[in-house]
Design a protein around this ligand. Structure first.
Ligand SMILES: [Zn+2]
Length: 487
């Protein structure tokens, strides 16, 4: 069986959504099946794609072809996907090198004669793709947009596009955001999503753990978290370098690491392995002093989600082998993202509160450790660009400096590390600030451990305001962040 995947995007209303097209060509049968789109749309696309490929002079593959559009349930106006579907099929049948599909996305409608036609919302779709990390985009000829920073392959027809993909054109120059020495991925690339951006800033300032819920650019936000965190100090830099020296990719950068293992990874890949005297660090250690990002968090194996509790509690992971026991640093900030339900918010979703609760409840074992829950929305291309990462990083650095000054002479450096005993003594809040929490506590809605985490969060909010102590507003704000309620 042959397999090829191509990236594309669609625009619904004013927001763009990345789309992945997967084509499988299997021997036996001649069908062309298209799943993930409404039947009426699928029929039109099948007709256009088949006619365009044949009329462009390519043989229609003799295999059974199954094309899957992900996420499923995209509404009817999806002619923007024609070119990506045709390219995936042609790559699956060996007409286009598979590697040319890995960093390029495809936008355009196909005419029956193989012409590539303009689509509605092209700039918005392009912006969505660039912010999702795509470096080059194939678009209909004559519609390049100057404002979007990426390499463009403009083609008027399918044959022209296939020729361009087969020519040995040099790979597109990396945009500044890809450069390892230049500025990192920036928050300005991420318009809208105010609640999620605010949550990211608070989590960076206090060292708190965060859960993002919704169908939006969670990976983009995660990739931008290291850019607003303070650079690694000498001690952390040395520890991280030591851990990475055990892998094939040594690391000596000041920027905190981000490790994002996929949910199909084994527990050994997540936690590390110790065998035959050799230690292979897992994701929890590769994220040491940085960020561990789990996208689609409820999909991870129960053993993985439960296993995270140990490093979250102790900052290290203990691996046992026949030679004995060894402990490895694994102190990371946890960033989780989840769709509201198992069907990824697809348009066909009919999940009610019960299904949604059941899905997110897979994270129940980690709930106590997550200080902030925030909603995440699809990219809104009409929203104003957000603040640059440098501005947010300055506020984070100032807040961290306040906390470090207050905690001077203690083993703790961030608010997330302040122990309960300190919160009752040196970090005790006045009665007015505590009042919103007392009522929850008396109503049994807060456990003592939850209270500890909300108090730490209130200190971070005060530090971000450059205030001496948290006020009633801060504790109320912290409560809302804890519950994932709108600000
Ligand atoms: Zn659903």
């Amino acid at each position: 069986m042959a397999f090829a995947a191509a990236s594309s995007a669609i625009v619904i209303g004013l927001s763009g959504h990345p789309v992945r097209i997967e084509a499988r060509l299997s021997p036996g049968g001649h069908g062309f099946h298209l799943t993930g789109l409404p039947d009426t749309t699928a029929a039109g696309i099948r007709d256009r794609v088949r006619a365009a490929i044949v009329n462009s002079g390519y043989d229609w593959p003799p295999e059974r072809i199954t094309v899957t559009v992900l996420p499923s349930g995209i509404p009817a106006y999806s002619s923007a996907l024609d070119v990506a579907i045709a390219v995936a099929i042609l790559a699956g049948s060996g007409k286009i090198p598979l590697k040319r599909l890995s960093h390029t996305a495809f936008l355009g409608e196909l005419g029956l004669d193989g012409a590539i036609r303009q689509i509605r919302g092209l700039s918005c779709a392009m912006r969505t793709l660039v912010t999702s990390g795509i470096r080059s985009i194939a678009i209909p000829r004559g519609h390049a947009s100057q404002e979007i920073r990426c390499a463009v392959i403009a083609a008027g027809s399918l044959t022209e596009l296939v020729d361009r993909l087969n020519s040995d054109a040099p790979a597109p120059a990396p945009t500044p955001s890809d450069s390892t020495r230049g500025p990192a991925l920036d928050l300005t690339d991420l318009p809208g999503n105010h609640a999620a951006r605010h949550a990211l800033e608070v989590c960076a300032a206090g060292g708190h753990h965060l859960l993002l819920i919704g169908d939006g650019p969670a990976t983009m936000l995660a990739e931008r978290l290291p850019g607003i965190l303070p650079p690694l100090d000498d001690a952390s830099l040395a520890e991280v370098a030591e851990i990475y020296a055990l892998t094939e990719t040594p690391r000596r950068r000041r920027r905190p690491p981000l490790c994002a293992p996929h949910y199909t990874n084994t527990a050994a890949a997540i936690f590390g392995r110790h065998a035959a005297g050799r230690f292979r660090p897992g994701a929890v250690s590769l994220a040491h002093a940085g960020v561990l990002f789990l996208d689609q968090a409820p999909e991870y194996a129960r053993s993985v989600l439960d296993g995270l509790r140990m490093p979250l509690e102790t900052g290290e992971i203990v691996l046992a082998s026949w030679q004995g026991v060894m402990s490895v640093p694994a102190r990371f900030q946890l960033l989780l993202a989840s769709s509201p339900c198992a069907c990824s918010g697809a348009n066909t979703c009919r999940c009610g509160p019960v299904e949604r609760h059941r899905y997110l409840n897979r994270l129940a074992g980690l709930r106590e450790r997550i200080e902030i829950i925030a909603p995440i929305d699809p990219i809104d291309c009409n929203a104003q660009p957000g603040e640059p990462s440098s501005t947010v990083a300055d506020r984070v650095a100032a807040a961290r400096a306040r906390a470090a000054h207050r905690l001077a002479g203690t083993p703790w450096r961030t608010n997330a590390q302040i122990p309960p005993s300190e919160l009752r003594t040196s970090h005790r809040l006045d009665a007015d600030a505590l009042d919103p929490l007392e009522s929850h506590l008396h109503a049994g809605a807060l456990t003592p451990s939850t209270l500890t985490r909300i108090l730490r969060l209130a200190w971070t909010l005060a530090d971000l305001r450059a205030a001496h102590r948290p006020t009633r507003d801060d504790t109320q704000h912290a409560l809302r962040l804890w519950h994932g309620e709108p600000a």
